[in-house]
Ligand binder design. Structure first.
Ligand code: NI
Length: 371
């Protein structure tokens, strides 16, 4: 009996460890026939959030003894080994094997000018074995021929031609636009439209009561990949409330957002930016403030909102706006494309923190993630 219980516990621990391993980006080593490949440029192979191993292509395949050629005109890399050659187009989510295609789980991308590719399908296409040992976190490329992949297809689906690149945001200029007090009907919808057109992400600090009133907009916000976050249930100043009421405001919104959208928020923005030690102690979430205050709620002027952002914005900033004003929605139409034109990537707060190596802590206050 005792043995059985111990076995159950060990199994649960193992499952837990595996879920940790696949939920975060984790570096791994790569070996060729047991000899570790040494990577320069601080770019190492890693396991993506989808649990796939991606590696710097040129160095890995060169150590494997393959011929690697980059064609600048077509933006494709040709990898040849023995009598098989594979074409790896940059920015696409497939590789070309003879006249057929193999869909990848991760798009091939350039980071710091180095092509990063999902290794297992590429090696399999070259007819060689890939073995991952989770214990040593080592991926071994073996000179052992394997059968041809049986999932080659004749044509590439459009999404694999133009995949969304969720690359490590290492060297990019990043900004997090944040929209408070929604969702609502009209202006939230316009803001979501603009973000979608520009393939940009933002963070929406929602009021629990509005989530119930505008379920459709809340669900759309979640479906389009934005971050849904907590802005209390009914927008009181939390510093004036009892601990019980603070908990009610915060937990009520966690429940509203998760029951309507299926997403449990990981961030809190306190109404009016007002917090004290009691609020921090009872938040149970990181407190996200801002460092660019557009005062859009006060001016209700698209032009002033635009100027507040564009005249002040720097890499790592958190911009405060409100999704419930038409003037802010109008301003968003200018702000989003202009920031992209200036080379910024618009990301969520969690993405920004992660890109800057900040592990957000409950009860701690964050104003920006400038370098
Ligand atoms: Ni507010």
């Amino acid at each position: 009996m005792k043995k059985a219980i111990r076995l159950v516990i060990l199994t649960l621990v193992a499952i837990f460890m595996m879920s940790i391993a696949t939920s975060a980006i984790m570096e791994v080593t790569v070996s060729v026939d047991g000899v570790p490949v040494s990577y320069k440029d601080n770019l190492k192979p890693y396991i993506t959030e989808k649990g796939k191993t991606v590696v710097p292509l040129a160095k890995t395949l060169a150590d494997f003894g393959a011929k690697v050629n980059y064609n600048q005109e077509t933006n494709e890399i040709t990898v040849a080994k023995g009598d098989v050659s594979v074409i790896v187009p940059i920015g696409k989510q497939y590789i070309k094997v003879n006249n057929k295609f193999l869909i990848l789980n991760e798009p091939t991308k350039l980071i710091k000018g180095i092509a990063i590719v999902e290794i297992a399908p590429l090696m399999r296409s070259l007819r060689y074995a890939v073995n991952y040992d989770p214990k040593s976190k080592n991926v071994n490329l073996e000179n052992t021929p394997v059968p041809e992949p049986n999932n080659l297809i004749d044509a590439v689906p459009p999404w694999a031609e133009n995949p969304v690149l969720e690359e490590k945001q290492i060297d990019k200029k990043l900004v997090a636009l944040t929209y408070d007090d929604g969702p609502n009907g009209e202006s939230t919808t316009i803001i979501l439209d603009v973000l979608k057109e520009n393939n940009a992400k933002a963070t929406f600090f929602m009021l629990g009561k509005n989530v119930y009133n505008f379920k459709e907009q809340a669900i759309r916000t979640a479906n389009e990949g934005h971050e849904l976050a907590n802005h209390s249930y009914s927008h009181p100043q939390l510093t004036k409330l009892s601990v019980a009421r603070i908990n009610q405001e915060i937990q009520g919104t966690q429940k509203a957002i998760s029951s309507v959208t299926g997403i449990t928020p990981k961030l809190l923005r306190v109404p009016y930016g007002a917090f004290n030690q009691t609020v921090k102690n009872n938040a149970g979430l990181p407190l996200i403030q801002w460092n660019i205050d557009t005062l859009d709620w006060k001016t209700r002027s698209a032009k002033k909102t635009i100027d507040a952002v564009l005249n002040n914005v720097k890499d790592g900033d958190i911009v405060l706006m409100h999704s419930i004003h038409i003037s802010t929605a109008e301003a968003t139409k200018t702000i989003v494309p202009e920031l992209i034109k200036r080379g910024y990537t618009l990301v969520t707060i969690s993405e920004l923190a992660e890109a800057r190596g900040v592990k957000l802590q409950n009860g701690k206050v964050y104003n920006s993630f400038r370098k």
